[in-house]
Design a protein around this ligand. Structure first.
Ligand SMILES: NC(=O)c1ccc[n+]([C@@H]2O[C@H](COP(=O)([O-])OP(=O)(O)OC[C@H]3O[C@@H](n4cnc5c(N)ncnc54)[C@H](O)[C@@H]3O)[C@@H](O)[C@H]2O)c1
Length: 278
């Protein structure tokens, strides 16, 4: 995809964080943007910010983890706006807890939004993109947790690893239709993901670590604008896998070079409170 000019894009979970930055970046590059979010007011607010840049934008309330809502949204969108050129499948929820304190409902919630939310969008929109034979681009927001394990985050890692398999398989398959597929793999980013997520991590004495996790993301997390910039570069140049920002790369490379060493380091540091401190 050489340019985003005059393209029609959908950004899921665009009401905050990385999705908001992706929406703004696409608009600056000349695309029209449909911003979706489970919080319709947030989607509307970001759509307003996008319009202030001079681009066409719509803010739409959609629960991407709900099969019926996702299907209804797709039908309505296609009948009103036609087939999109760009899908940024970004809506996601944060979760952190050890296995023994995770309810089945929480497993379903995380996989429902982070994985099934992406599957529903692909299911409804990609056949239309193939049919019209004009190519397109898909950016799936995975995570560093999609290529390297993180203890205390097993549902989240499960969902993001699945997204890597999904995006790499589709990358080969949809290449035949001139549709690029890339996976954006953010590290620690200062967004609302932790504040709005479900965190039940505790220290050795059983005290909650939620505050430490929120503080870690707020102080050590980087701006979502940097990640969106890398994501849009991956989309435009069809890069495939895009760890972002710079701090995500050592983890990516170490895990690829030696999963054994990576896991040994992780086990050692997790016992010592990594990454949130003792
Ligand atoms: N922040 C990070 O450190 C980080 C790291 C790696 C990956 N990610 C991924 O980036 C993506 C964006 O997250 P973010 O960090 O910008 O968080 P965020 O919370 O700021 O934004 C996520 C948005 O998704 C929306 N959302 C949640 N559930 C939804 C649903 N069922 N339907 C529609 N919208 C829904 C939220 O309302 C929110 O506006 C997620 O997929 C997340 O897993 C984030």
């Amino acid at each position: 995809m050489k340019t985003f000019k005059n393209k029609l894009a959908i950004v899921t979970g665009g009401g905050s964080g990385i999705g908001r930055s992706l929406s703004m970046g696409l608009a600056r590059a000349g695309a029209s943007v449909a911003v979706t979010d489970i919080h319709e007011d947030r989607a509307g607010q970001v759509a307003g910010e996008v319009r202030a840049l001079g681009a066409e934008a719509w803010g739409l309330g959609v629960d991407h983890g709900n099969k019926e809502a996702a299907g209804k949204f797709a039908d309505q969108f296609i009948s009103e706006h036609g087939c999109p050129d760009i899908l940024c499948l970004n809506a996601g929820v944060g979760h952190g807890a050890p296995l023994e304190r995770i309810s089945l409902e929480d497993w379903e919630w995380v996989l429902g939004v982070n994985l099934w939310g992406v599957i529903y969008m692909l299911h409804h929109f990609v056949p239309k993109m193939i049919e019209r034979q004009q190519g397109g681009g898909i950016l799936i927001t995975s995570s560093i947790a999609g290529f390297s394990p993180l203890p205390g985050m097993s549902p989240y890692c499960t969902s993001k690893y699945a997204l890597m398999g999904l995006s790499e398989s589709l990358r080969a398959e949809l290449g035949a239709h001139n549709i690029g597929v890339s996976a954006l793999c953010p590290g620690f980013i200062n967004t609302n993901i932790v504040k709005n997520g479900k965190i039940d991590l505790r220290d050795d004495k059983g005290a909650s670590r939620s505050g430490d996790v929120v503080k870690f993301y707020a102080t050590k997390g980087v701006s979502p604008d940097l990640v969106a910039r890398d994501g849009l570069r991956a989309l435009r140049r069809d890069i495939g896998i895009m760890p972002s920002p710079l701090h995500a790369w050592p983890q990516y490379l170490l895990h690829r070079l030696s999963p054994v060493l990576y896991n040994a380091v992780l086990k050692f540091s997790w016992k010592r409170g990594f990454p949130f401190g003792k």
